[in-house]
Design a binder for this molecule. Structure first.
Ligand code: GDP
Length: 179
């Protein structure tokens, strides 16, 4: 096992899911505070230019970790994300829109794309939970899918700043466990 001490670790996290589910909004919400901010643009593979952000978080009991957070920057529309992009990730935040049933039904496809031979940590995120009246996916069925795929489920809202920290902290905990 690794020593945590005062070591600073760097983990690469990718945020995945259908277009317009709110991936960029989640990332901006999470990084728009001390220790966070935009990172720039990088080219992890031959065809993808992705935006990235970073944020330093506390990893109990005593450590800190820097999360380098990669956005697919619109590439998800064309399904042109390369295998090398997925392989570079320690964790995946798999996001769907609670008001968009199709984005939920695509979750298994995203999971199988990202889960290669070396399995990263995953958290399933049901986003836009502030839109209570437009909800199209129940917490129960999302929780059931998450359990089937072996991951935690968190409902978030960037607009109401609800559970955004929790989603990333849960993922960081999963990454830590997998080390
Ligand atoms: P991406 O394509 O997955 O990166 O999605 P964006 O972050 O660009 O968001 C797509 C749309 O969803 C935008 O119009 C956002 O304002 C909206 N959106 C994002 N997060 C939330 C949220 O928490 N609540 C609501 N109601 N709308 C959101």
């Amino acid at each position: 096992a690794r020593q945590w001490g005062h070591e600073r670790l760097l983990f690469r996290v990718i945020v995945l899911g259908d277009a317009a589910v709110g991936k960029s909004s989640l990332l901006r919400c999470f990084t728009d505070r001390p220790g966070g901010g935009p990172g720039g643009t990088a080219m992890p593979g031959p065809t993808v230019g992705v935006e990235f952000y970073s944020r330093t978080i506390l990893m109990p009991p005593t450590g800190k970790a820097k999360l380098q957070l990669w956005d697919t920057a619109g590439q998800e529309r064309f399904r042109s994300i390369t295998k090398s992009f997925y392989r570079s990730a320690a964790g995946v935040l798999l996001v769907f829109d609670l008001t968009n049933r199709a984005s939920f039904e695509h979750v298994p496809e995203w999971y199988h794309e990202a889960a290669g031979d070396r399995l990263p940590a995953f958290v399933l995120v049901g986003h836009k939970c502030d839109l209570v009246d437009e909800r199209a996916v129940s917490a129960e069925e999302a929780g059931h899918l998450a359990a089937t795929l072996g991951m935690a489920f968190v409902e978030t809202s960037a607009h109401s700043n609800l559970n955004v920290e929790l989603a990333f902290q849960t993922l960081a905990g999963g990454i830590q466990q997998a080390l």
